[in-house]
Design a protein around this ligand. Structure first.
Ligand code: C5P
Length: 220
């Protein structure tokens, strides 16, 4: 039997990362935050003075990335990048380069390399549609833009960043629109993905729902 994958896709700040990490912990599976890969790639490009529209240059950069995850920390060239990739500006830069098809292709192999026994839980925009089309369970996890902005606001304040709620709602809408309208791997619910609207759910309820779907798919 192939190594199981739980693919959780959805818009920005929907809480998919939190849910995915907890599901992984419960099952003792590996966890991949694919958004962090796009964020680190944009960060590396900016460090090297690359234009964020330079598709070929970014694809080459992506193929040679020296990237390592250790829990929530991401290491680039052996150095922790810390919260530098967690700002809204870093998210916007990631979303810009994520629209480039050659870059997405360059990152495929790196992402698929995270599929290791006993299993993988991963979150992003195209985990179920493109990166792991044979995933055991596919989930499209979402919440209203207002609820997501509230969650992102709390997260940023807790990290000690400045935040403005109205600006966050605008930013999320803009990012969703770009992620959903791009030609390459657009954000959307796949026909074979379960819809999980977490607007009125607690984190524990969302996690339990995903675990149920996984057990239905893989009874034992
Ligand atoms: O999920 P996160 O907000 O960290 O992702 C940052 C950006 O990276 C997203 O807005 C999206 O454009 C891009 N992304 C993507 N495909 C993924 C994960 C993230 O295009 N699988």
């Amino acid at each position: 039997m192939s190594i199981p994958v739980i693919a959780i896709d959805g818009p920005s700040a929907s809480g998919k990362g939190t849910v995915a990490a907890l599901v992984a912990k419960q099952l003792g599976f590996h966890y991949l935050d694919s958004g962090a890969i796009y964020r680190v790639t944009a960060h590396a490009a900016q460090q090297r003075g690359l234009d964020l529209a330079d598709e070929a240059g970014l694809a080459t950069l992506a193929r040679g990335l020296d990237l390592r995850f250790d829990g929530v920390e991401v290491y680039l060239d052996g150095h922790p990048v810390g919260d530098a990739i967690r700002t809204e500006a870093a998210g916007r830069a990631a979303s810009r380069i994520a629209a480039l098809a050659a870059l997405r292709t360059a990152l495929l192999e790196l992402q698929r390399g995270f599929r290791k026994a006993p299993g993988l839980v991963t979150d992003g925009r195209d985990m179920g549609s493109v990166v792991f089309p044979d995933a055991t369970v596919k989930v499209f996890l979402t919440a209203t833009a207002e609820e997501r902005a509230q969650r992102r606001y709390k997260q940023l304040i807790e990290k000690g960043f400045d935040a403005n709620l109205a600006a966050l709602v605008e930013d999320l809408r803009e990012r969703d629109a770009r992620d959903a309208s791009r030609a390459s791997a657009p954000l959307r619910q796949e026909a074979d993905a379960y819809l999980l609207d977490t607007t009125d759910l607690t984190i524990a309820q969302a996690v339990a729902r995903v675990l149920d779907w996984f057990r239905q798919a893989r009874p034992n």
